[in-house]
Design a protein around this ligand. Structure first.
Ligand code: VGL
Ligand code: ZN
Length: 196
């Protein structure tokens, strides 16, 4: 595939928040290892003046996905807490557009498109290709990528800048297979840099 990075491209970084990193309340094992890679993609997009979006899980304290409410997860990413803050080593800029999701108690949302302004903002900017990284591969990355494809964005998954929880062995592989089957393209940094 012959591609050039340019107008119409945007980077979407999913949920790089303290609670999803080692030491956090819903830690994604090894999520810290993708931080330098994500920073490389951020630099590439910044250098080309291309837009960057950062989603964040932004739950109320009584969110339905929490175990005390009968959900599957320990409490995590409670709005305004340190756990919900972006990991400090991620080099977002003042121009990074933050998209908060799953903000009401009664509804969970793994996709950055669910009940957010993400699609409208991308449309306003004339974006038609998305480059997606972050956590967790088999939850929020997978569901964001599925929605992106449904909205007809050409969607690239940054396979060196995603990380899985893997509650079941191979959850990550199944998620990658599903994203590819649905039409996403898996790339790594060297490929994106060669398109720049
Ligand atoms: C996520 C589990 C619960 C994610 C969010 O960001 O993938 N996973 N909430
Ligand atoms: Zn959540």
């Amino acid at each position: 595939m012959e591609v050039r990075l340019g107008g119409g491209d945007a980077l979407v970084i999913i949920d790089m928040q303290n609670d999803f990193l080692p030491g956090g309340s819903l830690a994604v094992p090894m999520a810290d290892t993708i931080i330098p890679v994500i920073n490389r993609y951020l630099k590439l997009f910044h250098e080309h003046g291309l837009p960057v979006f950062a989603t964040r899980d932004w739950h109320p304290p009584d969110h339905c996905s929490f175990q005390q409410q009968g959900g599957p997860w320990p409490p995590h990413c409670i709005a305004t807490t340190t756990g919900a803050a972006f990991y400090p080593e991620i080099e977002f800029s003042i121009n990074t557009q933050v998209i908060s999701k799953a903000t009401t108690a009664e509804k969970d949302a793994y996709s950055g498109f669910t009940d957010t302004q993400l699609h409208a903002l991308l449309q306003e900017l004339g974006i038609h290709r998305l480059f997606v990284g972050g956590v967790a591969t088999e939850y929020c990355v997978l569901n964001t990528v599925k929605d992106a494809l449904q909205h007809h964005y050409a969607t690239f998954v940054l396979k060196d800048a995603i990380c899985a929880i893997n509650l079941k062995l191979d959850d990550d592989l199944h998620a990658l297979e599903e994203m590819e089957r649905l039409g996403a393209t898996l790339i790594q940094f060297e490929v994106a840099a060669a398109w720049a």
